[in-house]
Design a protein around this ligand. Structure first.
Ligand code: SAH
Length: 251
């Protein structure tokens, strides 16, 4: 355990071996080029190593923890330890697997970053605050799941009691697995505009589509009397593409 806990970094360390083993057992095979975000004191890292990744990169923001990790894994050859903020570094290598007990305050930002990478990982195994996990899994669309589902299939693996951490957090947790879609639903060129579009739609999620998009004159077969949250992803994307072609026609 580190001597000084830094609350701003969302530090809640796993203490339960059963849980770290269960998480590592979700790793589908050996030999994966792996990235772990926020390894902390290396509790989960130790079990990841038993799954024999081809290489393991650790990105930890806390300088003191980084020092501990450098000492702990001094003699392990395929580990690469980086003291950095995951939100600020360039991830321009392709990782097959990303695994993390995420700092909950930046879960959403990390997930958006990973989902929209040029070299998107094949599999993400991530632990979230349970409420956030529920939003990702919700069958109704929302601002976050509508983006991530353009790139990944999301599955709940198991929930984790708050007693499995120290310090004990206020909330329960869930472990989710994300499998890369064979074909992503949004192109790289569309991405930024799609993000703006869905943001606009979900900031008025109780309004009908007709109301939010009244300046457009669509001639497609989506029922504009539905609420945004009741759309399915396919229709959301269709609508996005239709608004774009409207804009082009106006110009
Ligand atoms: N994986 C460990 C620790 C989880 S707590 C375990 O399961 O026990 C979250 C970890 O993420 C902490 O070590 C914290 O310092 C680190 N962290 C927080 N923000 C980060 C960021 N922006 N980039 C990288 N690591 C971060």
């Amino acid at each position: 355990m580190p001597t000084i806990l830094k609350k701003k970094y969302g530090q809640n360390f796993l203490i339960d071996n059963n849980i770290t083993n269960k998480i590592a057992n979700l790793i589908p095979s050996e030999n994966l080029k792996t990235l772990e975000i926020g390894p902390g004191n290396g509790k989960l890292t130790d079990t990841i190593i038993t799954k024999k990744p081809s290489s393991l990169t650790l990105v930890e923001i806390d300088k003191d923890l980084n020092e501990c990790l450098l000492g702990k894994y001094l003699n392990v050859s395929n580990i690469n330890i980086i003291n950095a903020d995951i939100l600020k570094i360039n991830l321009n290598e392709k990782y097959q697997l990303v695994i993390s007990n995420l700092p909950y305050n930046i879960s959403s930002q990390i997930l958006v970053k990973l989902s929209t990478l040029n070299f998107r990982p094949d599999i993400l195994i991530l632990m979230f605050q349970k409420e956030f996990a529920k939003r990702l899994l919700d069958k109704n669309l929302n601002s976050i799941n509508s983006l991530v589902r353009c790139f990944y299939d999301i599955n709940l693996n198991f929930n984790v009691s708050k007693n499995c951490f120290r310090p004990i957090p206020k909330v329960e947790s869930s472990v989710l697995t994300f499998k890369k879609l064979k074909k992503k639903l949004i192109t790289k060129k569309e991405l930024n505009e799609f993000i703006l579009f869905k943001r606009k739609l979900f900031s008025h999620k109780r309004k009908s589509l007709k109301n939010i998009l009244k300046k457009y004159d669509f001639n497609n077969n989506i029922d504009l009397n539905t609420r945004v949250e009741n759309l399915n992803l396919e229709d959301l994307i269709k609508l996005f593409r239709a608004t774009k072609s409207e804009i082009y026609q106006q110009n």
